[in-house]
Write a new protein. Sequence first.
Length: 220
Amino acid sequence: MYPPEPWHLRGQMYLSVFLIPRRDMPALPPVLGAAVRPVTVGGRVAVGAAWVSYEPGGVLHYRELLSAVLVHERGRPRVSITDIWVDSVASREGGRRLWGIPKELADFTLDAETEPLVDATLTAPGGAVIGSALVRLKRRLPGRYPLGFTVAQQLGEHVRRTPVRGRAGLRTAAAAWRPEPDGPLGYLSGRRPVLSLAVTDFWLTFGRSAEDRAKSRSAT
């Protein structure tokens, strides 16, 4: 139902970073919560929320909304995805089974045709709106930039650590997020992001090759 890892993906991302009081954040799954700790700034947790359009040219073509918290594992930075929706069954099943990413299905409107505006809405299968956002794209930054981080998720009774590598263009942006206060993203309701960016024309490699996985097992 889904491609084997690694997934090679291309597309556009509209990212905002929020600082959320730690008490307002949903708890991490127990095994993951025992291994990592949120990175806090003055009692606030750094949370990234992003609308993503994965485009033809990658192994899958779909849309996504995610919220992820910056954590550390014995001082090593990690990203843990807390909430995520996609409009692809293959992406949902692969994300859950390969990496422990808790993907759910939803319906998207992600309109980037009226540049510099990007209008996005996420609707649950029953028709209830989960949230929406309006992003205004601004200045393009020259060049392309490396992307690299590690996603840590609970998979069964273990922590699955998955490398993500790629390159992208960057563009400054302003974003107004409108999550439903009583919905799963209610912890973002009424908050302004401290930073918004468009990650443009990216390519990503998500996960390890079979050879890399064999090397990792032999090293342990």
